[in-house]
Ligand binder design. Structure first.
Ligand SMILES: Nc1ncnc2c1ncn2[C@@H]1O[C@H](COP(=O)(O)OP(=O)(O)OP(=O)(O)O)[C@@H](O)[C@H]1O
Ligand SMILES: [Mg+2]
Length: 254
């Protein structure tokens, strides 16, 4: 066991008669970006929801920092250091970047201020985290509803970082983005890994986003591990072939 932070071993999960996941294993390491790819319905989002504590697996092990965890609820998983950014982002359009970053957080002044939100302190922290992520160009005071899809995605990712997680899970962060906005998200994802975080990102954009911004590619097909590739040593065609099936499971991760 070297740099693994989060490992899933033999995870299965069904919904009624639908076997969403069967005997799936996955490992996330410090400083690495792993892409989770597969066709629609392959089980990617379900696997992320197991990792984030939304779904309790029927069987299998969830190991975090070498200890087996009993998945109870998403808040406990988040407290442990696993943050998830879902596709809908859960941002409030009528609030600005600072307010969104601290949404749901206790950002209160001392008791003699009546525990009011300390705006100056929040702004300072917001500026700090955006700078660390090289997102300084984002306006702190504009309502996020008036921002581009890429900027909104970046704010949602920055918000997850404020909790100083060890693992960040991103479900299709580039789905609705232009090529250049997706490139920005790619740069951000690599930035997170360079700070030592373990990152998992679901994407359908194999040729651009996945090959360019990730270290390893894990392919799910029909709810099972289908292949694992080193991103630097594989072609988009090989990845797509593994997604749609035909060949036996392959393992080419270096
Ligand atoms: N809450 C649920 N209740 C019932 N079935 C579900 C539920 N969530 C997922 N499923 C089923 O589990 C399977 C896997 O779905 P999942 O959303 O994980 O796929 P996915 O790989 O994320 O697909 P996509 O690329 O379309 O987002 C599908 O057959 C889906 O219908
Ligand atoms: Mg999905």
């Amino acid at each position: 066991m070297t740099d693994a932070i989060l490992s899933l071993r033999g995870i299965s999960k069904h919904f009624g008669g639908v076997k969403a996941l069967t005997d799936v294993s996955l490992e996330l390491e410090r400083g690495k970006v792993v892409a989770l790819v597969g066709d629609n319905g392959a089980g990617k989002s379900t696997l992320v929801k197991v990792m984030s504590g939304v779904h309790r697996p029927d069987s299998g092990k969830y190991i975090f920092e070498e200890r087996e965890i009993q998945v109870s609820d998403p808040a406990a998983i988040a407290d442990m250091g696993v943050q998830t950014v879902y596709q809908d982002l859960a941002l409030c359009n009528n609030l600005d970047a600072v307010q969104n970053l601290f949404l749901g957080r206790e950002m209160t002044g001392p008791w003699w201020t009546g525990f009011r939100l300390n705006r100056a302190e929040a702004e300072r922290k917001a500026r700090d985290v955006l700078k660390r992520l090289r997102l300084d160009s984002i306006s702190l005071r504009r309502n996020v509803g008036a921002m581009s899809g890429g900027q909104r995605q970046n704010i949602a990712i920055a918000r997850s970082i404020l909790w100083e997680p060890k693992v960040v899970l991103l479900d299709e962060p580039t789905a609705a983005l232009s090529h250049s906005a997706a490139e920005q998200v790619g740069a951000l994802v690599r930035e997170l890994a360079s700070h030592g975080l373990a990152v998992l990102v679901i994407s359908h954009d194999i040729h651009h986003f996945v090959l360019e911004n990730t270290d390893r590619i894990e392919v799910l097909r029909l709810g099972r591990n289908a292949a694992s590739f080193n991103s630097k040593e594989v072609t988009g065609e090989q990845v797509v072939n593994a997604m749609v099936g035909g060949n036996e499971a392959v393992n080419m991760a270096g």
